[in-house]
Design a protein around this ligand. Structure first.
Ligand code: GDP
Ligand code: MG
Length: 234
């Protein structure tokens, strides 16, 4: 069996902007309205991204900026692709993602990172403090990063943001490795591209505990329930 490529995705941003909600949407398709400040959650997500194919994505859902200051450097140096998340109803969180981007570029060159800027909570349009054009401008200043407004609550653009980030990362790795198979229009494992539904089995490792999200995502099959438990690394 061909070895699946592995990608690392790290979500960074202020506390309360919806990093965990977006992560849970991606891995299990559900939205939880409660707020449990994250310390750190780590997921191994077995998925199938259109244009990339079957792959494993490690998702690191971090604590808010104020909690993770001491961990920031570690997240940045270990990260490959970053989702910089702010909430459209929270201008301070928008300023924070710009600062985080500065921190990233202090230790990594823009050519060696993939960034997607995310304006989450776009369902809260009536409470908006950051306009869409401001997000677009900020993304341009972040070395022309991709920009998306999402709603973890309504599921808007959630999988798209995940897909975009993995595709950016895959594209960067491919162009670096100058994979000859690409020239033949084939995937790295030599098989034809597939447009099949994602395999949304998800495994989460967090400290000594794990999830077994072997159920399909609600985005594929609406109304499913997820089993497993979550534990933050202390
Ligand atoms: N209206 C709305 N609320 C959201 C959305 N995403 C997250 N939330 C809520 O915002 C709060 C913080 O979310 P959470 O994911 O824990 O934020 P984190 O600290 O960045 O991980 C929770 O009460 C969520 O239910 C969204 O897209 N829309
Ligand atoms: Mg969280």
């Amino acid at each position: 069996m061909p070895v699946k490529p592995e990608f690392k995705v790290t979500l960074l941003g202020a506390g309360g902007v919806g990093k965990s909600a977006l992560t849970l949407r991606i891995i299990s398709g559900v939205f939880t309205p409660t707020y449990n400040p994250t310390i750190e959650d780590y997921y191994r997500h077995d998925t199938n991204i259109d244009g990339v194919g079957p792959c494993i994505v490690e998702i690191l859902d971090t604590a808010g900026t104020e909690q993770f200051a001491s961990m920031r450097q570690l997240y940045i140096s270990n990260g490959q692709a970053f989702a910089l998340v702010y909430a459209v109803d929270d201008r301070a969180s928008f300023e924070e993602v710009k600062e985080i981007y500065q921190h990233i570029t202090e230790s990594k060159s823009p050519q060696n990172i993939s960034v997607v800027l995310i304006g989450n909570k776009c369902d809260l349009d009536d409470r908006r403090e950051v306009e869409t054009w401001e997000g677009q401008e900020a993304a341009k200043e972040m070395c022309n990063s991709q920009f998306l407004e999402t709603s973890a609550k309504e599921g808007t653009h959630v999988f798209k943001f995940f897909e975009t980030l993995v595709m950016c990362l895959d594209g960067r790795i491919r162009s670096k490795s100058k994979d000859k198979s690409l020239k033949n229009g084939r995937r790295r494992d030599g098989r034809e591209r597939s447009r099949s539904q994602p395999d949304l089995r998800t495994y989460s490792l967090s400290g000594h505990d794990y999830y077994d999200h072997s159920l399909p995502s609600a985005e594929a099959i609406p109304g499913h329930t997820t089993k497993g438990r979550k534990c933050a690394i202390m």
